[in-house]
Design a protein around this ligand. Structure first.
Ligand SMILES: [Zn+2]
Length: 1001
């Protein structure tokens, strides 16, 4: 589908409208803007072989339309109105939905105005090769352009415009196909207006225009059974109402009007924030808001009032005497609500509804009464939703909710879809394919959540494949974390150098037509090498060091010169900005940049000349900085080492070559740099990192999991990257105080540590000083248990979880005294060293290049609001990428455990058992951390235990006497992977083996 461009040929008589409005310029001047519309009569209809319109259209609409629809045997074209695209995009995107579509300019503009994400999907659709979509510029064609009448609201004007365009098409088709004398007139195809608005349909029929509702249209299609599932559960649809919707009592309070919400927030009486569901307990949620140190707690479904993870909600806070502490209980939605009937959900009076509310109220009342008042936090209820953040969710059909599992039966059933994410409620959906969809991962969208329905209602989008198949699991992971993973399109690939993988750094002199050598330093003779994990293909950074005659040391960090290839504002740049980061999964990598750049032209491979951006210091032997300079350069790396190879080389006393000696120099400096950082109060935090061994690159079957080993050379590279990032941050902040792209890590609120401090004090008699990062670092160092070496790591992991996450920001957007990076104990910081895989670094490269006068700064990087907007996306993508990576590891750990368990069985051995530490106690279980595998698990007991919330202990009956378990205790767990009954998803199940066998509890 190709868009046509309209060459504006002003014809004085054809100016039919003049829009006049006033606009404020950036400098505050008010200017009058006159917008004139020039009309033409050669805007093409897009139908193949049309006698009147231009025929040189590459992919036109078929001459006879489509005759595959029952209602339109003479052929038809479909002309949907704006609301169809807004509400039914999943249907239109389906590969089974193939009628030729006429897309009006009016409709495109309305969609863009109403929803940017849907507009982007629509745009992608017009470019897709398996769709026949013609964009008709109705506002430019004289017969179809209309002017808003007096007293006509814009919406009505657009509806009328759409009807006029439909009518014009039908006339145009009959006029361009006059009957030929002596031949029987062949019937013409019809243009069908598709709209959900009954009044609009009535008006259309009155003026002789054929129209249809979406449902009626889909029912006449060949694949109706499959396509009907894709319809959004929208109130305006003619579906038979479920019992829930048929005039029954509301289960949830109504939302306040939006104006009341906004006024309340403004006055400080109500609070606005993102809703966070509690993954352990579906009856609790929280909303962090600026007015309180602790987030506002929401207890019970009624108080959460239909909020879904990520929604922006408005909350009313109860009087302080009603505040509560979070419950220490694992409350599983699937178990508590398993008897709920999907067809029937919402019935409050029935037995089942009562059973649920009894269970729920027991949970709700039992919890917080015995808690110390210090643990109470502001408590309230949701009174409105400002913005829904609903998207498509990966789910499984809950097999117990099916009334029929006959695969031959294609009758509509209402079933539950259980989202993979534990943060989401079950979704009710109506489908004809339920039996076929069992054991598949499917994508489901939430459409609505009425006050009369206990659950949100949604519709099926598409199936991803069989549960536990690699393809389905991998795609669902990308979808769950909103990772953009489509292949790079042509417009993006067109931005690559035309020489492709034949591109080389041109020789100096007359053949350098692009002037690449201009002001670039020739560092090809410098002994540069790279040190990375094994198998690294996207080599961002390389290093060198050498002794200077004055006894000081020159050290250099050379970073791939990505901004030489990725120019501001072209399609490749926009795509990289939208992706934000490369995403690393266990057996897959979703690149931010096309691989020609990432793994070839920008990758600082050994023995080839590459463009680099170098940061070169003169350091004293004590690692004091004497000077630093930045320069664009050409390097030729002498070696690409793995951490292990570099380490072995450094430690081999027989090697005295330049390369090895430069690694030794770098290492001695790195040790001193690290010591200085630690002395300044940097935190040495721990995150559980594991390595997954795969069978082979092809099969990607995990064989085993082991903990990652860290060598001296890891630290070497890390120290020099930190040094480069800090030096560059200072330079760009100096040059561009308003728009420098920086990275900060805010100090955690002291209250975040209260619980960990209390646990440490009560269980180990240790104290944690959190007054500054230096104090915290020092007190973490002495948090040791002589009998348990892993204890210190465990405390570091738990402390890390009390921290906030680091974020990118524009230097002009926040107060200068909040620039600091808490974890690194640096006053200023940025990301410069990984431009192949992080977009922020690309921006930093452009700013540094401008700061040294190499290239002028692109206009967008002078705009604070532009930089803020880009960094918002990048920050979000980074969080999502981290979560996707972690989920990928978890999935493979699960597979590896399953394999290990099976092997054990074959050998006749017992199950997989591992050492674990208790990190949390619940009323009905314990949370444990298995450090060897880097995974967390939950051991739950069916029987009640004696729970001492104040001392973080539970007491359970043992074989001979009662056993007390408290946080930090070392236990042994049995790890199995079992299929979750409802969702068919493999789930790691842990049971205690020691100190008690919990299988009977
Ligand atoms: Zn035509």
């Amino acid at each position: 589908m190709v868009e046509i461009t309209i060459r504006k040929r002003p014809r004085t008589e054809a100016v039919i409208t003049q829009r006049k409005f006033f606009k404020k310029t950036a400098r505050g001047k008010v200017v009058k803007v006159l917008r004139e519309r020039y009309l033409r009569d050669d805007v093409a209809c897009g139908i193949q072989g049309c006698r009147e319109c231009s025929t040189e259209i590459p992919e036109p609409l078929p001459f006879s339309g489509s005759s595959e629809h029952q209602l339109y045997p003479n052929g038809h074209y479909l002309l949907p109105d704006t609301n169809v695209f807004l509400a039914q995009m999943d249907l239109i995107e389906s590969s089974l939905f193939t009628p030729p579509i006429i897309l009006l300019q009016t409709v495109i503009e309305e969609v863009r105005h109403r929803s940017l994400p849907l507009y982007n999907r629509l745009k992608a659709l017009t470019k897709s090769e398996d769709k026949s979509i013609w964009i008709f510029y109705n506002e430019y064609r004289s017969e179809t352009a209309i002017v808003r009448e007096e007293n006509e609201i814009p919406n009505d004007r657009n509806d009328r415009g759409i009807r006029v365009a439909t009518a014009w098409y039908n006339t145009h088709i009959s006029l361009t196909r006059p009957p030929i004398r002596g031949q029987k007139q062949t019937p013409h195809p019809t243009v069908v207006l598709m709209t959900e608005d009954a009044a609009n349909r009535e008006k259309a029929e009155k003026s002789g225009v054929t129209s249809s509702s979406v449902r009626k249209y889909v029912e006449g299609m060949k694949d109706a059974n499959l396509l009907l599932d894709l319809l959004a559960a929208d109130g305006s649809q003619e579906i038979e109402p479920t019992k829930a919707a048929s005039g029954r009592q509301a289960l949830y309070p109504d939302y306040l009007p939006i104006s009341t919400l906004l006024a309340g927030v403004k006055a400080g009486e109500l609070h606005q924030g993102h809703f966070n569901a509690n993954q352990y307990n579906y009856l609790e949620g929280s909303v962090p808001v600026p007015a309180f140190d602790k987030p506002i707690l929401l207890v019970g479904r009624e108080n959460m009032n239909r909020a879904v993870q990520g929604d922006i909600v408005v909350v009313e806070v109860f009087p302080e005497k009603e505040w509560k502490a979070p419950a220490d209980e694992v409350v599983d939605q699937e178990a508590t609500l398993k008897n709920d009937d999907a067809e029937d959900s919402g019935e409050e009076g029935d037995e089942n509804g009562e059973e649920v509310s009894v269970k729920e109220s027991r949970v709700l009342s039992g919890s917080s009464s015995q808690k110390p008042p210090s643990e109470r936090q502001p408590t309230g209820r949701v009174v409105g939703v400002v913005k829904r953040n609903w998207r498509a969710y990966v789910c499984h059909i809950d097999n117990t909710s099916l009334t029929s599992t006959l695969t031959t039966s294609l009758s509509t059933q209402t079933v539950f879809a259980t989202p993979v994410s534990r943060l989401l409620p079950r979704i009710r959906l109506r489908t004809r394919q339920a039996p076929i969809l069992l054991n598949q991962k499917i994508l489901v969208t939430i459409d609505r959540w009425d006050a009369t329905s206990r659950y949100p209602e949604g519709h099926f989008v598409r199936a991803l494949g069989r549960v536990e198949s690699k393809e389905a699991e991998q795609e669902s992971l990308l979808l769950e974390f909103e990772v953009p993973y489509r292949p790079f399109g042509k417009a993006i690939l067109d931005c690559l150098p035309p020489e492709g993988d034949q591109w080389v750094v041109p020789p100096k002199g007359e053949f350098d037509v692009q002037n690449i050598w201009r002001e670039r330093e020739d560092l090809r003779d410098v002994i540069v090498c790279s040190i990375d994990p094994p198998g690294c293909q996207d080599i961002d950074d390389a290093l060198h060091a050498k002794l200077l005659p004055n006894g000081n040391i020159e050290a250099g960090v050379h970073i791939a010169d990505v901004s030489h290839f990725v120019l501001p504002d072209n399609p490749m740049d926009s795509e990289a900005a939208a992706r934000g980061t490369t995403v690393y999964l266990v057996d897959n990598r979703i690149d931010m940049l096309p691989s020609l750049l990432g793994t070839n032209l920008c990758s600082l491979r050994p023995f080839v000349e590459r463009l680099a951006f170098s940061s070169i210091w003169e350091l004293t032997p004590d690692a004091e900085i004497v000077s630093v300079r930045f320069t664009k350069s050409v390097i030729k790396s002498k070696a690409a080492f793995t951490y292990e190879e570099a380490q072995i080389r450094k430690d081999d006393p027989n090697l005295q070559d330049d390369l090895t000696n430069s690694i030794r120099l770098l290492n001695s400096l790195a040790i001193k740099l690290k010591a200085k950082r630690m002395a300044a109060g940097a935190l040495n935090l721990a995150s559980p990192e594991v390595k997954i061994h795969l069978d082979s690159a092809e099969s990607s079957d995990p064989i085993d999991v082991e903990q990652k080993e860290l060598r001296e050379t890891n630290s070497l590279v890390e120290e020099f990257m930190l040094l480069a990032n800090i030096s560059v941050a200072k330079k760009i902040e100096e040059s561009f105080p308003q728009t420098a792209v920086l990275r900060r890590h805010l100090p955690p609120p002291k209250t975040n540590f209260e619980k960990l401090q209390d646990i440490l004090r009560k269980t180990k008699g240790l104290s944690l000083d959190v007054s500054s990062s230096g104090a915290l670092a020092a007190s973490l160092d002495i948090c040791v248990d002589a009998n348990e070496p892993a204890f210190n790591t465990l405390v570091r992991i738990m402390a890390t979880r009390c921290m906030l996450s680091a974020e990118y920001f524009s230097s002009g957007s926040v107060a200068k005294n909040t620039f600091g990076h808490y974890g690194l104990a640096s006053k200023i910081y940025t990301h410069f060293t990984s431009p192949i895989r992080r977009y922020a670094d690309v921006l930093v490269h452009r700013q540094l290049s401008a700061a040294i006068g190499f290239t002028p700064l692109h206009a967008t990087l002078h705009s604070k609001s532009h930089v803020e907007r880009v960094l918002d996306v990048v920050n979000r993508r980074h969080r999502m990428a981290q979560m996707a990576g972690r989920a990928s590891v978890e999935f493979y750990v699960g597979l590896a455990l399953k394999a290990r368990g099976e092997q054990a069985k074959v050998r006749g051995e017992a199950d997989v058992k591992e050492e674990a530490f208790v990190i949390r106690t619940f009323r009905n279980g314990v949370g444990v951390f298995v450090s060897k595998l880097g995974i967390e698990g939950l051991v739950t007991f069916k029987r009640d235990t004696q729970f001492d919330a104040e001392n973080y202990t539970i007491t359970v009956p043992g074989a001979k006497k009662d056993v007390k378990i408290s946080v930090f205790d070392k236990v042994i767990v049995r790890i199995e992977v079992e299929k979750d009954k409802n969702t068919q998803r493999g789930k790691v199940k842990m049971t205690l083996v020691e100190p008690v066998d919990s299988s009977a509890l």
